[in-house]
Design a protein around this ligand. Structure first.
Ligand SMILES: NC(=O)c1ccc[n+]([C@@H]2O[C@H](COP(=O)([O-])OP(=O)(O)OC[C@H]3O[C@@H](n4cnc5c(N)ncnc54)[C@H](OP(=O)(O)O)[C@@H]3O)[C@@H](O)[C@H]2O)c1
Length: 364
């Protein structure tokens, strides 16, 4: 009934993988090791009553695996539908919606049928985004809302930002989700960077977003509902040389929104800090240098970064799951974040060496 055990199978049969090994060698049923009448260990087939049972098990493995896969796919599909359901009809405000990650967030939240308020400094560029969203919805025959636009500069005074917040509230009467996405980066050494540049970056990345958040919070507090998302950066957790203004503004952002999360819990207002590594956008092109002029270079790290549409999906999920914090970084930056806390001396050495190397390549 059972083919004799081949010499080549012996080694495998003695290993814990014998079950798979025997199957792999083309025998349909596993062999058992048992003692014969003289007490010697021998390899035999399973006793008769076990055979049908084992055959049933073997016959059930393939359908079981396929069934499991099907369940996973179904779960994913349900999750997607549910995500759409939680975002549908909610009022979502996105700053910096004219470009990069903000533009992708506009796409994914619009596709999820949110009521969008898109913010930026340039009306024409925002209008382009709105036209594109309307066209996409028409192509896919989806019923979506036409986004509102509010034009303002986040680096303006807190009063101007508060006026913009009023305009935002007038679009739909309230805000469910505020995504503080707009931002600007910095390239340049500390010795040569004008203090006005440090202040400008801080205004756009920190004071503007917190002024907007504070102006919109009272209406969320009244409704005991709302969600504030901020796009920080890995550089909100570790500081990289020659980006002092950017890293400082993102560290401040992390701290402010951590405080906000704790203070808003009693009002049922969620706060999510998203800290991505490099994303393939115009951030480095638009970065400011020591004297405030445009850097205008697409850094290799940025060009090789994550796709903005993938990051936008993460933001959508974070809103759906009410995540408190999302770190979107590869293994190296993640390790660096841990080393900064657990072994700061090593982190400082690595950063100093990086600063030396960067300065040397600039000098050459
Ligand atoms: N790209 C990355 O590698 C990376 C990594 C981590 C985090 N982030 C963060 O992701 C966010 C989005 O940046 P991005 O990568 O998408 O860069 P981006 O393509 O340069 O987009 C930046 C957006 O911010 C807006 N903005 C800039 N200054 C503004 C101001 N003073 N007032 C109002 N809006 C202003 C811009 O709008 P205008 O049309 O008005 O210029 C633009 O829509 C930023 O907070 C950035 O720090 C980016």
């Amino acid at each position: 009934m059972y083919p004799p055990i081949q010499r080549k199978d012996r080694r495998l049969l003695d290993s814990p993988l014998c079950f798979l090994a025997v199957l792999h060698r083309g025998q349909r049923l596993p062999l058992l090791r048992r003692r014969d009448m003289q007490g010697k260990l021998i390899w035999t087939g399973p006793p008769d009553p076990i055979i049908p049972a084992m055959e049933r098990v073997m016959g059930g493995v393939v359908p079981l695996v396929l069934g499991g896969l099907g369940l996973v796919l179904l779960y994913r599909l349900l999750q997607r539908l549910q995500q759409g359901a939680t975002i549908q009809d909610t009022v979502v405000v996105i700053t910096g919606a004219s470009s990069g990650l903000g533009r992708e967030c506009a796409r994914v939240f619009h596709a999820a049928k949110a009521r969008l308020v898109l913010c930026g400094r340039d009306r024409a560029r925002l209008q382009d985004v709105v036209q594109e969203l309307i066209a996409t919805a028409a192509d896919s025959q989806q019923q979506t809302y036409t986004p509102c636009m509010v034009i303002f500069d986040l680096s303006d005074t807190a009063e101007v930002v508060a006026m913009a917040a009023k305009e935002i509230l007038s679009c739909y009467g309230h805000v469910d989700v505020l995504i503080n996405n707009a931002g600007i980066s910095h390239r340049g050494n500390i010795l040569e960077t004008h203090i006005s540049v440090q202040k400008d970056v801080m205004d756009t990345n920190y004071f503007g977003p917190i002024a907007l958040t504070q102006a919109l919070l009272p209406s969320m507090v009244r409704r005991h509902s709302g969600h504030v998302v901020v796009i920080s950066s890995v550089q909100g957790k570790i500081a990289i040389p020659y980006r002092s203004a950017y890293a400082a503004s993102k560290h401040a952002t992390q701290a402010y929104f951590d405080c906000l999360r704790a203070e808003m819990e009693r009002y049922n207002i969620q706060v999510t800090v998203v800290s991505p590594g490099y994303i393939r956008t115009n951030l480095s092109l638009n970065a400011v240098t020591c004297d405030g002029s445009k850097y205008g270079v697409l850094d290799e790290t940025t060009a090789l970064g994550r796709e903005p549409k993938d990051v936008a999906q993460v933001v959508l999920k974070a809103v759906h799951h009410r995540s408190k914090e999302i770190l979107l970084a590869g293994p190296l930056p993640t390790l660096a974040i841990y080393i900064r806390t657990l072994w700061p001396a090593l982190f400082f050495k690595v950063m100093a060496s990086r600063a030396r190397k960067e300065q040397k390549s600039k000098d050459e």
